[in-house]
Design a protein around this ligand. Structure first.
Ligand code: ADP
Ligand code: ZN
Length: 746
């Protein structure tokens, strides 16, 4: 937990840099671990707010921390985002020019940077380690830490080498971050990174802003279009199982006027990069992709993720669907489900297991994962609850209010025992030797060559479901399969092995009338509005929102950065809700800190004022209170400094002042240096012991006080910067009248 003074400093930074008002659950504990430099492992779902946990500690402690990140694109975007908030950060990667590299090195030496992003390969190269040691780096954040584990979904060999980090930097703290919730991966991360006495913080893995739906698939294109129409001109991802499918779905969407592109591992790297870039920069709305499209998309305003086919595990589903709504706003995740996909995976898994020569145990465990995915898709209980409990957490809510089941979209269940009996007896009569297609023909009463070849038109079950259309019959057979009342079996014929639909003991129980069968009603379902959806649009003028989106787009293009680096959707909505027309009122808007208010304030209020005048809308809605609060706060800062000076005059120590004033020790020690400079006290021994003064003083006199780094090094790092700064202020007072030169090691 944070001390009172640290908490106040964190909230201050949060408002100044990010324009947020409070921490989310767990962020506080994670930040406390970062400040205390205690090893930690933080598990939070995508969009949960992991980044702040490693961004805030170095800011308050005024140190430089290193962040390890797997992809250059991710690093660059994070750095762009941070800089646009006025936060000093940089990334080192192979594409930098010499000039850029030199600038970063200078900034590092001058202690100007709070975060340095690197890839694991770069980090562990000899020269780099030496440089970080020279800089006295003391904390590392490992983003996407599940990449160190074989058990995760995205193992990376170069991450495994991070095991060496503790050997190179035995005194440094390591802070690992991941969204992967399984216990096995968690334990592996702690072990691989050699974390000691780590603070392990596991967040709630539910994503309340996502609306989950599972829709039985019968007309793929039409159903995809229907969902996408609910998210016109917004970012969406459509996942398909095969490369071929991505291409056909994409061309279908384009034909219908959607702005879409496809993406899969078969495309060359250049094309993939361009597509990803165009998506990040809002030049493309929809990506139709295989699972290859994943990490590296940092677009936070994805409003919809559709799975056109079944993923092969719940872990995959969670990952892919999780790319929706990273900005915390409502987003829809739709799984178009057909039991046919289960069969397809079943075959693929067996085939690839055979080809790869992996053992039966691996094949079985893959089939088991598939089984869980199928159970989710075919299940009829709350989707949020199902996912959360799959990952081993309790789901406290009775109804989530954000899934098809809880929203009452899943139509009533009907007693389908007789229907099931008809299907099962058809399987029995045809002697468990056919696939779904032929069974449909027989039940429909079709007159096909194959029906005649086997004399199936003479069976009593021929035409038993002639009043249903073929598609409906097929779906019902799949439903019966999903309930485990039928199963797939391999049979031999003419020396070849075929997969057919067969019976099991459950089937016989149904046929004997010992078991009833309940099935979901067929027919298209209405779509209800969820509370998440309604809440996040509350009070928002949609016209203005769209207008601001356009503005954001052009600001982003001018600066050649992705749009979300300028503002997230949550900020645009808050702007379109509060409609501030004075720059001073912008600080009440979610996601606008001091830097952004200064940079974009004028153009924002101009656009908003014009729009509101034309549309006759109220402005500065509910912003006055926040403005008044901010005014109180800024006088607060100078009052704090005044109080600190008073206390210094009475000889109070840093810890005491920090406690009283509610600011961190490093801030107070800056106040103290300023105090010494201004008030020029004879004696500083109430703050620094005389032995330290005796050692540091001649060094500072010799090396100069403008930059503290040389003195720090000459003293072998044994006197910290805060202390040096205080002694330097004192030395300067005696040495020269140019007080303006004081002020730290920058
Ligand atoms: P993660 O890395 O866990 O996926 P991010 O760090 O990218 O999540 O944060 C997700 C979103 O939540 C971002 O838009 C971020 O700005 C926002 N966010 C994070 N912490 C807070 C907070 N305390 N208050 C408001 N918004 C926050
Ligand atoms: Zn639910």
């Amino acid at each position: 937990m944070l001390t009172e003074s640290n908490r106040a400093a964190v909230i201050g930074a949060l408002q100044q840099y990010w324009g947020f008002d409070e921490l989310r659950p767990l962020q506080e504990e994670a930040i406390a671990a970062g400040l205390a430099r205690r090893d930690s492992l933080v598990v939070m779902p995508t969009g949960g707010g992991k980044s702040l946990c490693f961004q805030i500690p170095p800011l308050l402690a005024e140190r430089t921390d290193v962040v390890v990140s797997p992809l250059i694109a991710l690093m660059k975007d994070q750095v762009d985002g941070l800089r646009s908030n006025g936060y000093p950060a940089a990334a080192i990667y192979s594409g930098l020019s010499d000039g850029e590299r030199r600038k970063i090195a200078d900034d590092l030496r001058a202690g100007k940077l709070r975060l340095l992003f690197v890839s694991p390969e770069k980090l562990l190269s000899g020269g780099f380690i030496r440089m970080l040691r020279d800089l006295n780096i003391r904390s590392f954040a490992i983003d996407e830490a599940h990449c160190v584990s074989h058990w995760g979904h995205d193992f990376r060999p170069e991450y495994r080498r991070l095991a060496e980090l503790k050997r190179h930097f035995p005194d440094a703290s390591i802070h690992a971050f991941t969204a992967t919730a399984t216990k096995r991966v968690r334990e592996d991360i702690v072990k691989q990174l050699a974390l000691t006495d780590a603070s392990v913080l596991v967040g709630d893995c539910d994503r309340p802003n996502l609306i989950y739906r599972v829709i039985p698939r019968h007309d793929r294109y039409a159903q995809i279009v229907q969902v996408l129409n609910r998210h016109k001109k917004q970012a969406a991802i459509v996942y398909c199982i095969s490369r071929k499918d991505t291409e056909s779905v994409c061309s279908e969407l384009k034909m219908r006027g959607f702005n879409a592109a496809y993406y899969h591992a078969g495309l060359n790297a250049e094309v993939r990069r361009k597509t990803q870039d165009a998506f990040a920069r809002e030049k493309i709305d929809i990506i139709v992709a295989t699972v290859a499209f994943g990490m590296g998309i940092d677009r936070s305003d994805v409003r919809c993720v559709i799975h056109a086919g079944l993923p092969k595990s719940v872990e995959h589903y969670q990952q892919e669907a999780g790319r929706a709504g990273r900005d915390g706003l409502e987003a829809e995740c739709v799984l178009l489900y057909s039991a046919a996909d289960v069969m397809k995976w079943d075959d693929l898994i067996s085939k690839s297991a055979e080809e790869a020569g992996v053992g039966e145990a691996v094949r079985q465990s893959m089939l088991e994962l598939l089984g869980h995915m199928r159970a989710y898709a075919a299940g009829m209980s709350c989707r949020h609850g199902s996912l959360v409990s799959y990952f081993g957490q309790a789901f406290a809510k009775e109804s989530c209010g954000a899934c098809d089941v809880c929203l009452g979209e899943v139509e009533g269940i009907e007693d389908a025992t007789v229907l099931a009996q008809k299907i099962l007896s058809c399987v029995a009569r045809t002697e468990e030797r056919f696939g779904v297609g032929h069974l449909v023909d027989v039940l429909k009463g079709a007159d096909t060559a194959r029906v005649r070849q086997f004399n199936h038109h003479t069976l009593s079950t021929h035409g038993l479901l002639s009043d249903m259309d073929k598609e409906a019959i097929k779906r019902r057979i799949y439903d019966v399969l999903d309930q485990g009342l039928l199963e797939r079996k391999a049979v031999e014929a003419n020396g070849k092995s075929f997969q057919v639909i067969g019976l099991n003991p459950q089937s016989w129980m149904v046929m004997r009338g010992e078991r009833r069968v309940m099935l979901r009603e067929l027919g298209d379902r209405h779509v209800a509005t969820s509370k998440v959806d309604a809440d996040s649009w509350e009070g928002v003028d949609r016209g203005l929102f769209e207008h601001l989106r356009g503005l954001r787009n052009s600001l982003a293009s001018e600066r050649d950065v992705p749009a979300y680096v300028i503002f997230g959707d949550a900020t645009l909505r808050d702007l379109a809700r509060k409609r501030p027309i004075d720059v001073s009122h912008l600080q009440s808007v979610h996601g606008i800190g001091a830097t952004k208010a200064a940079e974009f304030g004028d153009v924002l209020v101009k656009v908003i004022a014009t729009h509101c005048r034309n549309a006759n809308l109220a402005t500065n809605v509910g912003t006055h209170e926040a403005v008044a609060r901010a005014a109180r706060k800024s006088t607060g800062a100078s009052a704090q400094k005044r109080r600190a000076f008073e206390m210094f005059a009475n000889g109070a120590g840093i810890a005491e002042v920090s406690e009283e004033v509610g600011r961190v020790a490093s801030t107070i020690s800056k106040y103290l240096a300023e105090y010494i400079e201004v008030k020029q006290p004879e004696d500083i021994s109430s703050w620094v012991d005389s032995e330290t003064i005796r050692r540091a003083r001649p060094v500072l006199e010799q090396m100069g006080t403008r930059r503290l780094r040389p003195a720090f090094d000459a003293l072998d790092g044994e006197v910290d910067y805060d202390t040096l700064r205080i002694i330097a202020a004192h030395v300067e007072r005696e040495a020269a009248p140019q007080a303006g030169e004081a002020g730290g090691h920058l």
